[in-house]
Design a protein around this ligand. Structure first.
Ligand code: KG4
Ligand code: ZN
Length: 351
């Protein structure tokens, strides 16, 4: 947590580059003027026929897209490279080849302009994404991070002050959504498709377990839920049955998350809950957690839906937050596929 401060001016907008998985995303964030521009190219169509992200294809497509996106975003923001206060990029966790594309472009720009390079932890950026909204949460808050690769409950006391309270012991929530969607014959990535199908579902037809809610603790387990869906699948022949099953699954997941959030709020005594990561775009989850916060007299903060999934704005914002708070890690290029949020001080250079 005590990363050495980067040197150089803290003023000037921050360019943020995200290439950790299947979105090439770039944005410019300014401390005074806010988000100046953000653009994203999604690779969903590229990977769809394979039913999942193909790492080598992802890296190559980032290479194809990244330079044009950087140019477009800087032009839209009306910011010349020489005016930037720093260049932030996702250093990890993620697909190593994909990360290296964003890292190389960021490092090249940093060298060419003499601006600081700011390596960013992808999950920290998700966690701070609600700061981009008109009414950002105040510290401290409880963060529920729910993405394709992570399910984390984190006590957040400030930028860089994160205490992991609970995590998934097996599948991440997004992964459970995607695998269940696959079982239902839905296209990749299944989460949003399953959520849309569940809207047609009839409540009460399928009831699945709320894993690990019957014992104390804040960890999660979602792989059993997927197996429960598999077992129930023969009962879901028609489209209506499938929608009913999708709803049963979604209810089990969102209720489990809400139960653990309530428990973590009790444990920390925090009033504010922040929900981020791709599954944070799920409307049932948003409604359930809003209701939880209302009942407790607290508040829940979500990023707008496009900033729940991977984006450049959260990287640019986190770069700015780290710079201005003197907590930016040393400006050396590194990328790492695995990086625990609890070990936010970056590991030694791996590339
Ligand atoms: O944060 P994200 O864009 O990428 C990772 O860092 O993993 O999260 C992607 C995950 C996928 O598993 C996707 O299916 C899920 O978020 N997701 C959703 C919804 N939108 C995206 N899951 C459920 N309901 C949604 N509306
Ligand atoms: Zn993500």
């Amino acid at each position: 947590m005590s990363a050495p401060a980067a040197t150089g001016s803290t003023s000037g907008p921050i360019l943020g580059i995200e290439t950790s998985c299947d979105e090439t995303a770039v944005a410019v964030y300014d401390g005074e003027r806010g988000l100046l521009a953000h653009r994203l190219h999604s690779q969903i169509a590229l990977h769809a026929e394979y039913g999942g992200v193909v790492p080598e294809l992802a890296s190559r497509d980032h290479v194809r897209r990244i330079n044009a996106l950087v140019r477009e975003v800087l032009a839209e923001a009306g910011v010349a490279p020489a005016e930037l206060g720093g260049i932030a990029y996702t250093a990890g966790p993620g697909l190593i080849g994909a990360l290296m594309v964003g890292g190389a472009v960021a490092a090249g720009l940093a060298t060419a302009t003499g601006k600081p390079l700011i390596p960013i932890h992808h999950m920290e950026a998700h966690l701070l994404a609600p700061m981009l909204e008109a009414e950002p949460p105040e510290f401290p808050f409880l963060a529920l991070l729910v993405s394709g690769g992570h399910t984390l409950l984190v006590a957040v006391r400030g930028v860089g002050a994160y205490e992991l309270l609970g995590e998934s012991l097996d599948d991440a929530v997004g992964e459970a959504f995607d695998k269940t969607a696959k079982l239902l014959g839905l296209p990749y990535p299944g989460g949003p498709h399953l959520a849309r199908l569940a809207e047609q579902g009839r409540p009460g037809r399928f009831r699945f377990p709320r894993p690990m809610t019957d014992r104390p603790g804040l960890d999660f387990s979602f792989s059993g839920l997927k197996t429960a869906v598999l077992t129930a699948l023969p009962e879901a022949a028609s489209e209506q049955d499938k929608a009913d099953l999708a709803l049963g699954f979604e209810e089990a997941v969102t209720e489990t998350l809400a139960i653990k959030c309530a428990r973590a709020l009790d444990q920390t005594g925090f009033q504010r809950l922040v929900v981020a990561g791709g599954v944070g775009a799920n409307l049932r989850l948003r409604a359930q957690l809003a209701e939880l916060a209302r009942r407790r007299g607290g508040r829940v903060h979500f990023p707008r839906q496009i900033f729940c999934t991977d984006n450049g704005a959260m990287i640019a914002y986190t770069g700015w937050a780290r710079r201005t708070q003197g907590r930016a890690p040393e400006g050396k290029l590194f990328t790492t596929p695995r990086w625990l949020l609890s070990e936010l001080q970056p590991p030694p250079a791996s590339t």
